[in-house]
Design a protein around this ligand. Structure first.
Ligand code: NDP
Length: 337
């Protein structure tokens, strides 16, 4: 049972060498009387929050990985044996599994059985899984968008951002995205239908850049990166603007997080800035599927994935999230069926 384990707790930027691919052992059997489920893992999801679990200090209340044990994370798996009545051999499921070929997990870690298989299975790590729900809940529930409003999205070509932009276009908003390379900027404009996009690494005055794209200001800023970007956005927000705070990926590896200086804008412009965690919105999952599946089938919402083959290539793919190596949703294939 090949596994990817954490070598030791991480300080600063994570490296591929912070993880090891090892041969572990597992009894391929559900223990008598337990309601655990034995899974064959197919697709694993690389997600930025996984960095927080690599720290010794449990700042975020998520817990930490244990050195020499496999990483855990979202994935798509096939049920090999089940001690739980809701699942049976051969079912496809998505939820929290481990970075190994086969995993024995408590049934409660499975988010749901996969019923719709006319779309790529890997989509359940992205558009039809946790990142999709994040974009949906963050944009519609917290952003309260209205037709004609101005929307700015950071990390806009990623797993979450590419969907926020497309949902905003479906709502009739004007949408601008920022991303870290020319290839990503081209995707935003030519594939995802953003009205405008720019490479934030090439802009020396982000505040001025935002003024150029939003002469009348921003109604909704979908926050994925934090730091300097947030600071430049705040003076460009409009009265009663909304900032769903989804993530701050530019801060996760810093030993000293950057300060944000423009927060007084929140007061005078009466901005609603609100953090959220996707797991609090999973009760909306069936509504979300009803909304998004027809759009996917009709080609009105598209999804770009960055697929890496082989569990042993998972560590490089995971740390690549923090340098922007991934183009679209980063997925690791363990097995295809
Ligand atoms: P992505 O697929 O967007 O991958 C991460 C991207 O972040 C990279 O490709 C890179 O893109 C960008 N990035 C990395 N470092 C920096 C930096 N220093 N400054 C600016 N951008 C950087 O990830 P996701 O779409 O999965 O996640 C996006 C955000 O949403 C993250 O902050 C994540 O933590 C958060 N999230 C929050 C959830 C919640 O429940 N609140 C759930 C899921 C995600 P580029 O090349 O453009 O710089």
């Amino acid at each position: 049972n090949k596994q990817v384990v954490l070598r030791d707790y991480v300080v600063g930027f994570p490296k591929e060498s912070d993880m090891n691919t090892v041969e572990g052992s597992i009894t391929l059997k559900v223990p008598e009387g337990s309601n655990d489920v034995l899974l064959k893992n197919l697709y694993l999801s690389c997600d930025p929050y996984m960095r927080m679990l690599m720290s010794k200090i449990d700042q975020e209340g998520f817990g930490s990985y244990t050195p020499d044990s496999p990483l855990s994370g979202y994935g798509v798996s096939k049920v090999v044996e089940s001690g739980h009545p809701d699942y049976k051999k051969g079912d496809l499921v998505w939820g929290i599994t481990k970075w190994e070929e086969f995993s024995l997990v408590p049934a409660a870690q499975i988010r749901t059985k996969i019923e719709n298989t006319d779309v790529p299975l890997s989509y359940y790590t992205g558009i039809l899984g946790m990142p999709g729900m994040t974009a949906y809940a963050g944009f519609f529930e917290l952003g309260s968008p209205k037709k004609g409003e101005n929307v700015f999205v950071s990390a806009a070509s990623g797993a979450v951002g590419q969907l926020v932009g497309q949902f905003a276009k479906l709502t009739g908003c004007y949408v601008v995205g920022s991303a870290g390379s020319k290839e990503k900027v081209d995707l935003l404009k030519n594939k995802f239908g953003f009205d405008e996009a720019f490479n934030y690494k090439e802009e020396s005055d982000l505040n001025g850049t935002l003024k150029r794209y939003f002469p009348e200001g921003i109604d909704i800023y979908f926050e994925n990166v934090g730091g300097k970007t947030l600071d430049a956005v705040l003076p460009n927000m409009r009265l009663h603007g909304r900032i769903p705070v989804c993530g701050m990926v530019s801060q996760y590896n810093l030993i000293e997080p950057e300060g944000v200086t423009n927060l007084t804008n929140l007061i005078f412009k009466q901005i609603r800035m609100e953090g959220f965690i996707v797991s609090k919105f999973y009760h909306l999952y069936s509504n979300f599927l009803e909304f998004v599946l027809p759009h996917i089938r009709e080609g009105k919402v598209v999804y770009v994935e960055d697929i890496v083959e082989g569990l042993e290539n998972g560590p490089a793919a995971l740390v690549g999230l923090y340098t922007g190596r991934n183009v679209g949703k980063q997925v690791v294939v363990v097995a295809r069926d």
